[in-house]
Structures are given as structure tokens and as C-alpha cells.
Design a protein around this ligand. Sequence first.
Ligand code: ADP
Ligand code: MG
Length: 290
Amino acid sequence: ATPTALLVGTGRGSQLGILIRGPQVLEHTRRVDTIVLDKTGTVTEGAMSISAVHPTEGVSEQELLRIAASAEHGSEHPIARAIVDAVPAPPAAEDFLAHAGQGVQAIVEGRLVVAGRAGWLAEQWAMRVPADLTARIAADEAAGATVIVVAWDGEPRGAISVADTVKPHSAEAITRLRKLGLTPILLTGDNAGAAYAVAAAVGIDDVRSGMTPAGKLDAIRDLQERGQVVAMVGDGVNDAAALAAADLGIAMGTGTDAAITASDLTIVSGDLLVVPDAIRLARRTLGTIK
Ligand code: ADP
Ligand code: MG
């Protein structure tokens, strides 16, 4: 990802590893009172690994993973990378399509494969997830995992659970943001179990889970309508609309081009501790100008 953003301001700004789109950004940075954080890849590493595989009857774990890896091959989502990394040579897929914040679809060996959120399979594809699989999904989600359902030939064939880790500096960053007077909110397309596990680990109590990209955008607008000045920190394609709408969009330099392009400010290293540093810097810089 090569941000086209203009690097301006003080030498301190570049020392911090912040790319700023223009001088007007500092004014927004200074006035922010609410900070909305995406979960996956922002508060967490976004480096997921498979924690459980739940095939339905008649399907082997290996087959479930092989088909899923093929369908996920074209996705840059951390869930996709976890699955693809677990399979040495998945078959080639055709007609791949990614649905941001929902899942993927592709043709694998002549069959339509759909992989994504259980709710999305139900609503968008009218597929019914069997009760025993639903129970296994619920148990893994309650334990903090992210679970996707894999379906082909119109039937759910199993679920794959993946686990992520919180970045080492995330909790300290939240503490420092609170000290600067900012209210943190966790916003994620992931399930409530995974969202609350991460929120508890970093000290956030306002959690909104199961949000589509459009839902994330609405959440930002709602806060703004209530008079709050909102910063949004994100890394995904699914965050781009929310990042663009926020008073201050902050992208992780480790994230997607879509997120970086939509943002005012890019944290090159992806280290959340740079966010409170940037806010302090903006407040100080403008303090001396005025
Ligand atoms: P977050 O807000 O935590 O970054 P996303 O909006 O990217 O999460 O994803 C929300 C949910 O959509 C995921 O938890 C998953 O269930 C589903 N999803 C997104 N991308 C994929 C994918 N490539 N494959 C399967 N499921 C996906
Ligand atoms: Mg993300």
C-alpha cells in the first residue's frame, strides 16, 4: 500500500510515522472527542489462525478446508488468509466475488461456493444452518472466535473458526486516549462474542458488533448528529465509507488501499499508540499557531 497522502507539518509528525493528507487535518484532529475503532486489523493483529473446523455429516475436515481455501483465495481478508495458509494447493476458483463485511462467493470445481457470516447465508442466500452446527458456532463465538459458514450446492457444509490476537499496545493506547478526554467505541462486522472478548481485553465498554459497512457509516453519522466530533480508525475495505464520513479518518498503514485512500491520516506502522501521539501533536501544534 503506497499512500498518496502529503506529508506535512512538523518533523515530529514524520518521526511518529504519520502521513497527513493536508494541513486542514490538524484542525479536525484537535477537536475530536469520540474515537471509533474497527476491531480486526486495527485493535487486533488481523493475523488469524484456524482454531476449529466443524464439518457437517458426510464432509471431511480436509474437504471443507480445501473448498473454503479455493473460494477464499481471492480475498485479502484475514479470515481468508488463515484458511488459505492452512491448505497447500487448493483448486483454482472462478467468478470470485467478495462481499465486504459479509463473505465471499466463487465457483469451485463447477459448484457455487459461498463462505461467510451465518446471518448473511440465511438472509442473502436463504440457507438454513442446521441446529447442531448453529450450536457449535455459538459456543466458539462465545469463546471469542470468529466463525464462518461454508456452503456449496445450496447447503451449509460446515463452519471454520478462526482466532485473532490483540495487538500488544492496544490497551495502553485506549488508556491514553481516555486520558486525552476521548470516548472509545469498538465497531465491528464480527460477532458479539468476538467483539466483547476484544473490548474487555483493551478496556472499551461501548461495543457495536455485527455491523455491515453501511452500518458502520450510519454509526458515524449518528454520533455526528448528536454533536460529537468523531475520529474513525480502520484498515479494511469494509471501513472505507465510515473513514471517509468521519471528521477524522485514520487508516492503518498495514491495511488496504481503500482504507488509506479514504482517510485523512495514515499510521504507517499500524501501531495504535501513534493515535494519542497524533492527537497530542495536533493540539500542541495548533496551540502554538494560535
Ligand atoms: P471487522 O469489522 O471486524 O474488520 P469485517 O467487516 O471485515 O470485520 O467482517 C465481518 C464479518 O463478515 C466477518 O466476521 C465474517 O463473518 C464475514 N466476512 C468478511 N470477509 C469474509 C471473508 N473473506 N470470508 C468469510 N467471511 C467473511
Ligand atoms: Mg478491520
